[in-house]
Design a protein around this ligand. Structure first.
Ligand code: MRU
Length: 357
């Protein structure tokens, strides 16, 4: 499979010295700075501090970090050192399953290898690059499937940033929108600002404006009024982990959007590459939900906006029950309820396609 279009935004890559370079997403939209990770530990910290974020992107970053770390280990310490790198990457963030999926792929590639340490390092470089390339292609294929659900003239609500920045460069929810635009459809995107980390206002608004896709920003608590006033035709979001029964973990506030869509009879779609499916979990109750620092809520971009010592509740994700999900769009096709029947064949098709690649 070949990419149909090149990305206009390159969220992360490896430079000539093998370092992991990423757009610093904590500084967007006002500064476009390239953050350079010179070690696996730097890469792990960049994931923890959300210099790079978004489920597929952190999977790619972890894989690249492991490959970089392997290149800095002596031959004699390679096996033990790699085990330490997998464990370190797995401690960075708990919710997005792509992270663990990518670590498992790197581990499986290493364990199957029987050659020299040098050949193993090359193999890990190639596996990390394959994870990156496959994500980009999967996002475009998913975009093509999902674009069929987007009518010409659609007014689309999205939450958080499930765009190029959150992936290898096309986007999941925003990838569907990009593909619809490429097909010639006119769309208008409404982006929730997505407190407290502001992925909607800082990242989604930035990347859509950069691609000249019409976008209007709204405060999260304006979504109900907008939907009730008839201003939205459909919602599309990404996901960090979608499980067997179709329950969907995504950025905190997604559940509220899904409830509003249901109340007003508007389709609520989830764009989920098969790398984001965790069919080992039967329902969403077992999904680990990350809690982040209290200061994310007490402040806005570093400025205090609450009493400095007020207790804070700051879950970073929520779970939208499958009954509120109109369809789950993957790169292998579109799943509808009952998801426990429709998702497994798509996950299997995704697995086989990766083996063939
Ligand atoms: O905390 P973040 O910014 O990493 O959360 C990201 C999201 O919730 C995205 O919607 C999700 O990862 C899908 S991105 C393609």
């Amino acid at each position: 499979m070949k990419p149909q279009a090149q990305p206009s935004i390159h969220p992360l890559w490896r430079d000539a010295q093998g370092r992991v370079v990423m757009i610093d997403q904590t500084l967007l939209p006002h500064q476009e700075v390239h953050h350079v990770c010179a070690s696996a530990e730097d890469t792990a910290r960049a994931i923890e501090t959300m210099v790079v974020r978004g489920a597929p992107a952190i999977g790619v970053a972890a894989a690249m970090g492991i490959a970089l770390g392997a290149s800095q280990l002596a031959d004699a310490e390679l096996a033990e050192g790699l085990a330490g790198l997998y464990a370190r990457m797995a401690r960075t963030r708990p919710t997005a399953v792509n992270l663990f999926w990518a670590i498992d792929r790197m581990r499986a590639a290493a364990e199957a290898h029987q050659g020299t340490p040098g050949a193993l390092r090359d193999l890990l470089d190639r596996e990390a690059q394959a994870i990156f390339d496959e994500d980009f292609l999967a996002n475009q294929a998913m975009g093509d499937h999902g674009a069929a659900l987007v009518p010409d003239g659609a007014r689309i609500l999205t939450h958080c940033n499930a765009g190029a920045l959150a992936t290898a460069g096309w986007g999941t929810a925003l990838g569907v929108i990009r593909s619809a635009v490429r097909e010639g459809k006119r769309v208008h995107v409404y982006a929730d600002e997505t407190r407290p980390f502001l992925q909607g206002s800082r990242l989604t608004a930035w990347e859509l404006m950069r691609d000249e896709i019409p976008v209007t920003l709204l405060a999260d608590n304006a979504a109900g009024h907008l939907i009730a006033s008839g201003g939205i035709d459909l919602a599309i979001v990404g996901t960090d982990r979608t499980v067997l029964n179709g329950d969907v973990a995504n950025k905190i506030g997604t559940y509220q959007v899904a409830v509003l869509c249901h109340r007003h009879g508007i389709p609520f779609y989830v764009a989920a590459p098969t790398s984001t499916l965790d069919l080992t979990l039967e329902d969403g109750r077992a999904i680990p939900i990350e809690e982040r620092a209290a200061d994310e809520v007490r402040t806005a971009m570093g400025h205090p906006i609450a009493p400095t010592d007020v207790p804070v509740y700051n879950p970073s994700f929520d779970v939208t029950p499958a009954e509120l999900v109109s369809a789950i769009i993957t790169e292998q096709g579109i799943a509808r309820a009952p998801y426990a029947r429709s998702l497994p064949p798509l996950a299997e098709a995704g697995r086989r396609a990766r083996l063939r690649a």
